[in-house]
Design a protein around this ligand. Sequence first.
Ligand code: SAM
Ligand code: SF4
Length: 451
Amino acid sequence: MSEAAPSKRLYIKTYGCQLNVYDSERMADVLRPLGYAMTDQAEGADLVVLNTCHIRDKATEKVYSELGRIKRMKARKAAAGDGVMTIAVAGCVAQAEGAEIMNRQPAVDLVVGPQAYHRLPELIARAHRQSGEALAADFTADEKFDALPAERAATGVAAFLTVQEGCDKFCTFCVVPYTRGAEYSRPLDAVLAEAEQLAAQGVREVTLLGQNVNAYAGEGGLSGLVRRLAHIPGLARIRYTTSHPKDMDEALIAAHGEVEALMPYLHLPVQAGSDKVLRAMNRAHTADSYLRLIEKIRAARPDMALSGDFIVGFPGETEADFQATLKLVAEVGYASAFSFKYSRRPGTPAASMPGQVDEDVKEDRLARLQALLNDQQAAFNQACVGRALPVLFERPGRKPGQVVGRSPYLQPVHIEGSESLIGEIRSVAIGSAGRGSLTGALVANPRLEPA
Ligand code: SAM
Ligand code: SF4
């Protein structure tokens, strides 16, 4: 990825002690990957930071009078059509006065205390969103971490339907809030109309997509949307991905117990099992709150298959922290999962955190985590052997005479059978299981549902 973003001008005025001088340097370091280069002139700068000091009585008043001067520069820059000047107040006055600064001087876009300099990228992005400024184009999207999940290619029978984009969560490792912008939800009517069209073309299953799909803010929220979709003739199965634990509300959990078309498979990333790491990731949940959430979900839908995302080797992660991830995984029991080594994305807060973990330690932890997750997936699949599962057939198999479909738990299921089954949901007796798929035979019965 490139760090050579088009240069933006950063002016930092430092008041007070040596500590502030050091902090100003740190702020410049955090902002450099975002394309900010230091300038010694406030006039015309894209970002002005006043790194303040509280030590003397008049210090606060001095800051306000300086802000008055900078406010006029901001107005001049805007009038010249030279873009937006973002004004930040940092340091001890920021700590002491907090948001009061923005009340007294509305030209200030953000206030950041000394404990939160690593969050500057987030705060600047939020300020830009509020002022309607375009997205920072400084991050090259990484397909692995930026793209929407696509666990399989869409076919004629199962289709993806994007309902939400963007992210307001600002996990400290992630580029998505910068590359994709603020959370946005498509209106309910537009989504329903598209789903009806898909169903009219023979689509039997839709997977609702969004970076934070369960933050869907159209009328009725995601649970309302699911309930409406369930009434569309022909549409037999509904899935959604990816969800954030914070947005998993009671109404959505209840829908899992009540809406038959809503499939018992949930991708609910936790990332890590240590609260210290989760805090540093800015995940807004703890290991315990996640486990309690899983309990509630399983109370509503006991056979729920769970999937997750995990990051190993986040800055500061110790062996004990990593053990907490293994413990959480052991407690949950996942049906499938995605796990990654932490990858340093310049410009994200975590990239400049201390305690970056060595590559070989990351490798080792990833291997141990994946061994456990693979065992769980194999056990989940094995537990399906001997059961009859409803399978939606989607496509011909690789071998002639084979057709492949999906179980409610998203497992691929192979059988010997005719392509005329594609688009139908039939009961399949599961005979054997591999790590990634199941094999079975049609139960001698008529179609499970007339559509
Ligand atoms: N919004 C979803 C969520 O919060 O769960 C996931 C979106 S992200 C595109 C997909 C996954 O990529 C994340 O859940 C995380 O596990 C992984 N990821 C993102 N940034 C990463 C990074 N810098 N290093 C390693 N893994 C990362
Ligand atoms: Fe990235 Fe976190 Fe947003 Fe998911 S919730 S897209 S991991 S910032």
